[in-house]
Design a protein around this ligand. Sequence first.
Ligand code: ACM
Ligand code: ZN
Length: 559
Amino acid sequence: MSSLLRLTLVFLFLFVSCNSPKYLERMNEETDYYIVPKPKKLIPANGAFLLNQPVTFNFPDELRQEAEFLRKYLYEDFGETPDEKSDGSLVLLQVNEKMGAESYILESTPESLSIEGGSPQAVFYALQSLRQIILKQNGDRLIPAGRIEDQPRFTYRGMHLDVGRHFFNTEEVKQYLDILALHKINTFHWHLTEDQGWRIEIKKYPELTKTGGFRNGTIVGHFPGTSNDNERYGGFYTQEDVKEIVTYAAKRHIRIIPEIEMPGHSQAAIAAYPFLSCFPEEKTTVPEGMMSSSSKEQQENGRIKIVQESWGVYSDVYCAGKEETFEFLENVLDEVMELFPSEYIHIGGDECPKDNWKRCPECQKRMTQLNLENEHELQSYFIQRMEKYINSKGKKIIGWDEILEGGLAPNATVMSWRGEAGGIEAAEQSHEVIMSPTGYCYFDYYQAENSEKEPLAIGGYLPVEKVYSYHPQPEELTQSQQQNILGPQANLWTEYIDNFDKLQYMLLPRLAAISEVGWTNRDDRKWLDFQKRLSALRKVYDRQNYRYATHVFEQPEAH
Ligand code: ACM
Ligand code: ZN
């Protein structure tokens, strides 16, 4: 560029910026701050904070990571980071411990952009709001002036992932966590063990992943299947992978609650250590005609327990009579509790058929000794015993609502999935509850009424609008009992989700709806308004190359 041209450009720039400070006159409206989940309070002002001129970042050391995230988001959204100069316009990040731990105030003026939060987590949430505001400006490098005061409705805002049916590798789990963070989800429920695969390395029991981490085949099509693909499938996380993921989540202010499922859904563990079954000498069964050829051969050669290859619920579960079962589970949990800082450990408890326990001499002996009336009470004994162990290590258990059957463990948190009845019962008994009813929270359901055009799903119909209509505090409860509801969680079971693209399609934008259910006061939630704001979040999805379902955007209200 010639120096004359350069000089002309400089003058032109000065002329434009001196004579038409349009950004100062800019009249902002609510549409300039489309954010999901909807903030508690929004006060538009006039003018804007410009990001096309040098800025100065000012933050305390405890917000170093948040400042890094801010630079990263600005880079992703603009293709370059703003120039940082000591006399640039001020971008201020602060912690104010007088505010709630998840509360933040974001204020943009022509002079400064200021974020104040009750903790680094709250500042991080302000940044998630900022990402949406930035992309809403369609390339204008500015933040419209205004003030947002925000705080979440529920302290627990959860999202689950089943890595047992299908395995998602460390990079994919990290990307999943990024997606959760964007939606201000603060809890990741990681379902790590299943009939179809054990996914976490346990050093004391190497066969859990060596044998239990892989299956010889998978059914084709919908349960019970049309055939078996006869392809070996599996994978697992080493303890180093787990540490990496826990650290990655913590930086994004997400706690991870690991689930080690018991006493049901345990065939992968049983394939690795058959002594855990009531009947180590009985063959693993797979629905008629659906077993892989390798497994058939294996069973003929005497290795009769296999990792399950079909979906569903099976009666080969941990024996509740043998002491060895408890010793095994305690040893497993010792390693798990060491890896996860979360105070909660999920122990499953759902869908445990009692057929084997009814036939098993050891289980029956235990029932007689303890004067237990039925096998539900034996399951309750099982869970209570594990609770005592976990409590003794300073941690608490969460279980699916079946743990109510036969008597609830004294300190357990109940995750209500078979509707809300279990959650209501537990809340009435003064237990903590997480609401995750299938009818609103199961993202493995279809997203369109006409399922023929949809990728294969487990069944059901759960459009975004229905997710959005959920309110996790049932009217049946008194106000004080409603306080026992910690918040909502959505679940993603992966029988029919075998790759990360499909996973995102099932997740988004339903996650946006559940995130607002967890974050925003019920009275402030309006479907049409949500649908409009979702269009701004969609810009972030597009920028990040996330896959998502477009049904909701095709409805007329969305335009
Ligand atoms: C569950 O969906 N079986 C908890
Ligand atoms: Zn038994």
